[in-house]
Design a protein around this ligand. Structure first.
Ligand code: CP
Ligand code: NVA
Length: 306
């Protein structure tokens, strides 16, 4: 039997995603008692090449509450690809531990690790994808809108890893999705094409536009993320200029339906991609989504070990 991983939600069926969300809801309701022993006395390694607050803490807490042990393995000490090859790192780790939770720059590093080892691997963010964030967003939508799918999602900003993850989720679960991105910063064409194939099946809209106001016009949720992702710091000044018209602020939210919610994967840069009044406002669900990272990630671990 093929081992299970979470590399991208592109690999998951809509039914599996729905089951994960139901499981996450149950785990949330019963916290901290997971009523499952699938990860009891098992060990998960967190190997992160980039900084993190939410992902690191929620994975450690999830593993602990499932009765397992979490080890933080500093990526700078491992030096994957320098001190030893990515596949040699994987082939050693699989001899000692049961799960890898990995945050890398290149998505190819995650894929190499996953291909080289026999234990499950979870994508905790790569330059291309952030599936755990999308699952937390989906659980938050489910809590707000139930099983209804008539809640269009608008993403405003960079066609980055978080945009990809939300677009994949929307295409799989059947939400309308519109991304407003400046020229040259659209989602990856290959990921977009895969998502369009799913959206054609569900009959839902999947569009990339230039005008943020057009994107938010019928949105139930307006989502944004930083203009400069981790690893792109040398482009910060140029990006600030290019993305300035894509700020989520009161003027943009005035173009959206009055009930439209706002979210952000966090960390946020107040005054750049989102203004403080909107981030702190009552329509913002970013912290509910951050909280839900814990519950969906528990559900993912249970799924991988069941
Ligand atoms: N949203 C998110 O993944 O946050 P961290 O980078 O702090 O983990
Ligand atoms: N797009 C951001 C997301 C951080 C959670 C980054 O990759 O830095």
């Amino acid at each position: 039997m093929l081992k299970k991983d979470l590399r991208s939600l592109l690999d998951y069926s809509p039914d599996t995603i729905e089951q994960l969300l139901i499981s996450a809801g149950t785990l949330k309701a019963n916290r901290p008692h997971a009523r499952t022993t699938v990860f009891k006395d098992k060990t998960g390694v967190l190997l992160f090449e980039k900084p993190s607050l939410r992902t690191r803490i929620t994975f450690e807490t999830a593993i602990n509450e499932l009765g397992g042990h979490a080890i933080n393995l500093p990526a700078e000490s491992v030096q994957m690809g320098k001190r030893e090859s990515v596949s040699d790192v994987a082939k050693n780790l699989e001899r000692w531990v049961h799960l890898l939770v990995v945050r890398t720059f290149s998505h190819a590093t995650l894929t190499q690790l996953a291909d080289a080892c026999s234990i499950p691997i979870i994508n905790a963010l790569t330059d291309a994808d952030h599936p755990c964030q999308a699952l937390a967003f989906a659980l938050t939508l489910r809590e707000r809108f139930g099983e209804a799918r008539d809640c269009p999602v608008a993403f405003v900003g960079d066609g980055n890893n978080v945009c990809h993850a939300l677009m994949i989720l929307a295409a799989k679960l059947g939400y309308d999705f519109t991304a407003a991105c400046p020229p040259g910063y659209e989602p990856n064409p290959g990921i977009l094409a895969s998502c369009q194939a799913f959206s054609r099946k569900t009959g839902k809209r999947l569009a990339v536009v230039r005008d943020p106001a057009a994107a938010v016009r019928d949105a139930a949720v307006v989502y944004t993320d930083v203009w400069t992702s981790m690893g792109q710091e040398q482009e910060t000044a140029q990006r600030k200029k290019i993305f300035a018209p894509f700020q989520v602020n009161a003027a943009l939210m005035a173009q959206a339906p009055a009930a439209a919610l706002v979210s952000h994967c966090l960390p946020a840069h107040r005054g750049e991609e989102i203004t403080g009044d909107i981030l702190d406002g009552e329509r913002c669900i970013a912290l509910d989504e951050a909280e839900n990272r814990l519950h969906v990630q528990k559900a993912v671990i249970v799924h991988l070990f069941s």
